[in-house]
Design a protein around this ligand. Sequence first.
Ligand code: RFL
Ligand code: PHB
Length: 391
Amino acid sequence: MRTQVAIIGAGPAGLFLSHLLHLQGVDSVVVERRDRAYCEQRQRAGVVEHGVAEALRASGVGERMDREGFAHDGIELRFDRRSHRIDFPALTGRNVMIYAQTEIVKDLIARRLADGGRLLFEAEAGAIEGTETERPRVRFTHAGAEEVLECDYVAACDGFHGIGRAAMPGGAARTFEKVYPFGWLGILADVAPSCDELIYAHSDRGFALHSMRSETVSRLYLQVPADTDPRNWSDERIWDELAARFELRDSDWELKRGPITDKAVTPMRSFVTEPMRHGRLFLAGDAAHIVPPTGAKGLNLALHDVALLADALTAWHGKGDTSLLDEYSATALRRVWRAEHFSYWMTTLLHTRPDGDAFDRRLQLAHLHHIADFTAATTTLAENYTGLPRV
Ligand code: RFL
Ligand code: PHB
């Protein structure tokens, strides 16, 4: 089998890259180890930055997002049992879309298939070869057979546990990592959201986040120790803990409860690999970097990466110009490190450290008050959250 760009992984990065390349007349094949249903149901992100939503619309896959997603003009920071709203349009002229990653993946798969795209599910890549030559190859297994995909370039969009990063020769890449001593217990529940906008709550009991998927489905998260087994958390215990962390003084606001349909613990880490390219192998999305979910940046960064990569591959295809490919890693990493800093900052601002003391919590509260009370500080949060146009 032969193509111009071999793409490993049908997550948001691989699918959007394949779609953008198709629009520019560049041929690609996507190999994905899981089946289609698995890719479409994996519960993950929910916040789409302003510029990323624009990019989805501009490429013709924003229609259902605009119909079924929610435009949110702000978030609530809840601390010291009081509520503080951050107004995005007033501070930045931008907002965000609440539209689940599962839906973006469904939209992209449907569009690729309608456009005749070659998307191979249950096709696991086992090796990437010849990345320092002009004819790299991806070996994969599909329907029990060993196959070889010959190409001009390989885009590893295969997530944190993929083979792309490991295919960089020893010494060619440097990694940077921070693992946090806590994780998130995330739930999906069949109950109307108890709020119109997301609530990021700091409390003495730990962090909690209230998000949503639709008018009848809520998505909520609790900070828990990293080694937590979700089976030790009964539904009642989860709702009681969420209610305690979201509690407000002087208000009759109440958390609505309903049947929990999904429960999982996500570990939290920050991770970057540099550079994001070796020869004709390019890394994009979670294959190259991980952020803790507090800043809602993972999905957005993945889509930014592949938008850059698609422009670079288009310039190579159309004019034989490889200068954008040569600049890809450095350009992508500037935004990556900005998002790494923002996500780390939001995480340390809002979570309780197991080794933290009362002094640390007073500092967090002083910082949170500063963000709520001073326009320059509020604007910094709003600009980063809605997405910086240029980094
Ligand atoms: P993905 O989505 O992991 O897709 C990689 C794909 O590659 C496939 N694969 C292979 N295929 C073939 N052969 C192999 N050898 C392969 N190895 C792997 C995998 O099966 C998979 O289909 O990576 P991508 O495309 O880079 O997308 C990244 C995003 O998924 C991720 O950054 C976000 O979900 C992170 N994230 C959030 N990001 C946000 O922007 N906003 C959020 O609100 C947000 N919340 C979250 C999140 C991630 C979470 N979890 C569970 C990690 C909340 C959670 C709970
Ligand atoms: C989500 O809706 O899953 C979500 C929202 C905001 C975050 C992380 C996850 O910061």
